[in-house]
Design a protein. Structure first.
Length: 289
């Protein structure tokens, strides 16, 4: 009788010990998993700074280039560089890292068609109809968190010649008049500078001459439709420049015409980015620098 009782006690002790060991093992595994998840999360959340993004520069193919015309500025070039970024829960693309470390970004998809100016004027700062729409209606549709990242910035709105072969002269003309605001449009010079085929497409004159080649190596050339730029044309018969899938900026006959819109903004430099910049894994903005 005593032997049975002892065997029963030993069995109960063994079962209790095994149960306790199982609980400890499961608890430890869960603890380790939590540590690993937290650690991975912290690594992802750390991100990279704008200055670290500049380390990704290239000198050929698609990617981020040092801008040889404007000191301290970096521009994305090529057919499909890794410059995708999520903003306002939408896909945008980074045009440039400016000399003040702000990011200049452009919306990937068209937001609709509007007149540049319904009165037929050519003064963006008046403000033009499209200026008002972007800086009031569209601006107010951006969520509060991301809207707080937008900085007022200078946009060059001076008139240019699309037959110019001198990019320095062109940039001087474009920047001879500036408008300061929250939201604008792409400029004509940015379309040219987004081309990775610099030898054949590096200025307005040769870009036009080689337009069939040039439209293949430039992500800013639309696949279809005509999009407004912010840039005035020296030819008053076609006062504002637009861009089509023809591969070159061209004058539009009247600012009352309704064409497509890709908003452009500048984002605060005091951010970090996670992600890889690809369309599948775009950069995501972190504010915990």
């Amino acid at each position: 009788m005593r032997r049975r009782k002892r065997r029963k006690q030993r069995k109960m002790i063994l079962i209790s010990s095994l149960t306790l060991l199982f609980i400890i093992t499961v608890g430890y595994a869960a603890f380790q998993t939590n540590i690993n998840i937290t650690a991975k999360g912290n690594i992802l959340e750390k991100g990279i700074t704008i200055n670290e993004l500049k380390n990704k520069v290239t000198t050929s193919g698609d990617g981020l280039y040092v801008n040889t015309y404007e000191e301290g500025r970096y521009v994305y070039k090529g057919a499909n560089p890794d410059n995708y970024i999520t903003f306002n829960n939408e896909t945008w693309r980074i045009i440039a890292i400016e000399s003040d470390n702000t990011l200049k970004i452009i919306k990937k998809d068209n937001i609709g068609a509007l007149a540049w100016d319904s009165d037929g004027d050519t003064d963006w700062a008046k403000p033009a109809t499209l200026n008002t729409y972007l800086n009031e209606t569209f601006y107010n549709k951006i969520n509060d968190k991301d809207r707080s990242l937008i900085v007022e910035h200078d946009f060059g709105i001076g008139p240019v010649s699309v037959s110019d072969s001198n990019m320095i002269k062109h940039l001087e003309s474009e920047n001879s008049i500036k408008w300061n605001g929250h939201i604008g449009l792409m400029s004509a010079s940015e379309i040219i500078m987004a081309n990775s085929n610099i030898e054949q497409c590096g200025n307005f004159k040769i870009n036009y001459d080689n337009r069939e080649v040039c439209k293949i190596t430039n992500y800013m050339i639309p696949k279809s439709g005509l999009f407004w730029t912010i840039t005035l044309n020296n030819d008053s018969s076609f006062p504002v420049l637009g861009i089509t899938n023809a591969g070159y900026p061209s004058g539009v006959g009247t600012t009352t015409a309704t064409f497509n819109i890709l908003p452009v903004i500048y984002i605060n430099s005091d951010i970090t980015l996670s992600g890889e910049g690809t369309e599948i894994n775009p950069y995501k903005i972190l504010t915990n620098k």
